[in-house]
Design a binder for this molecule. Structure first.
Ligand code: NAD
Length: 349
């Protein structure tokens, strides 16, 4: 089943590990290590089948190759999934066994937390392997504030490019999802002078942000169509699709959510509607940039300065996209591939 998966061949390594004590399965996928050891989180999810777990881990590990390359990190892309229910199946033995498996890979894959995994879980993994990032011993802790900061830097670059403005003053931003990233992004936008329209399925969060930032509230199924200059998707993926794109009124889409485009064709649909799309994995890289350093040392302010390079990377991508008449999503992929290709060429020279 593994070897016949269509995405298997473009990966350097895929291993499936079954914990003998619990019977729980974990899959580690290393997509590409040309730029350095593969860095990417571990997700815990009760996938209905191994095939679906494999689909997810292969897609995500490939995505990390592109994200890390574009962020200028000395890391390739990889990802892990543990096929179990995070509400009921967690145990120390399970995370220790996962740590042992990561250790057998000798540092080619470096893990971190992702959906379904907490700080505390990763601390257990770290008992068995040093190839863990984003825990207290190695860095600055929770990556979400850094992700929000990076998205904000991306929004400023997009606003400069599209509206020729240096701040958000006088512009309206629609924020979809007010969680760890969206809630903090709303505060940054508010402080920079933006008017906000917000939506979340969690009504307490909506009430809190509305009060704190003087935001207007939109229904969750209409936030994409809000009368705003900019739309920031910060909830789940797939929000840019054939149903929503024709209804978007904003001239810029720039947000934290992973995999915002449901299909690659949706990038072209946004170009056709003259909507600037800031590639999700370019602008949401602040979190992975913040966990990448091997040892603590950088202060939070130094890290924010490092992450602010997202501004110049996005500006470069947007200019090239205009010049070539294609979506910034296409250019972002191309820039990442060029960096990997160049590194491979230097290595073999
Ligand atoms: P989170 O779970 O803290 O927040 C998500 C929020 O979206 C929640 O408040 C939830 O109630 C809300 N939501 C869910 N469905 C919704 C809907 N249909 N309409 C409106 N709101 C909805 O997650 P997060 O850490 O803030 O991450 C947000 C997005 O950013 C995710 O797509 C994540 O993959 C991506 N991302 C996060 C980080 C990070 O550092 N946390 C890094 C890179 C990418």
């Amino acid at each position: 089943a593994v070897r016949t998966h269509p995405s298997f061949d473009d990966h350097e390594h895929v291993s499936i590990y079954r914990d003998p004590k619990t019977g729980v399965e974990a899959i580690v996928a290393i997509h590409d290590t040309t730029l350095g050891p593969a860095l990417g989180g571990c997700r815990m999810w009760s996938y209905p089948s191994r095939h679906e777990a494999l689909d997810d881990v292969l897609r995500l590990s490939r995505g990390m190759t592109y994200k890390n390359a574009l962020a200028g990190l000395p890391h390739g892309g990889g990802k892990a999934v543990i096929v179990a229910d995070p509400r009921t199946d967690k145990s120390e033995a399970l995370f220790e066994a996962f740590g042992d498996h990561v250790e057998t890979l000798g540092g080619r894959y470096i893990t971190a937390e992702d959906v379904g995994i907490s700080d505390a879980d990763m601390e257990i993994v770290a008992r068995r392997t040093g190839h863990v990032r984003g825990i207290r011993a190695t860095g600055l802790g929770d990556p979400s504030p850094y992700t929000a900061w990076g998205v904000f830097c991306g929004i400023r670059a997009a606003v400069r490019h599209r509206f020729r403005r240096a701040s958000l003053e006088g512009l309206t931003v629609a924020v979809q999802g007010l969680g760890h990233v969206g809630g903090r992004l709303a505060a940054l936008l508010h402080a920079d002078g933006a008017r906000l329209i917000v939506a979340d399925i969690d009504t307490d969060r909506v009430a809190e942000v509305a009060a704190r930032c003087g935001a207007d509230v939109a229904p969750v199924d209409r936030i994409h169509a809000a009368d705003a200059d900019l739309f920031a998707p910060c909830a789940l993926g797939g929000g840019l699709n054939a149903a929503t794109i024709p209804e978007i009124r904003a001239k810029v889409v720039c947000g934290a959510a992973n995999n915002q485009l449901r299909t690659p064709g949706d990038a072209a649909a946004l170009v056709a509607r003259d909507i600037l799309y800031a590639p999700d994995y370019l602008v949401n890289a602040g979190g992975v940039i913040s966990i990448a350093p091997e040892r603590p040392g950088m202060t939070a302010d130094e890290m924010k300065e490092r992450i602010a390079r997202i501004d110049s990377t996005l500006s470069f991508v947007l200019k090239r996209a205009d010049a070539e008449g294609v979506s910034p999503a296409v250019i972002a992929d191309r820039v990442a591939e060029e960096r990997i290709f160049e590194a491979a060429r230097r290595k073999s020279a």
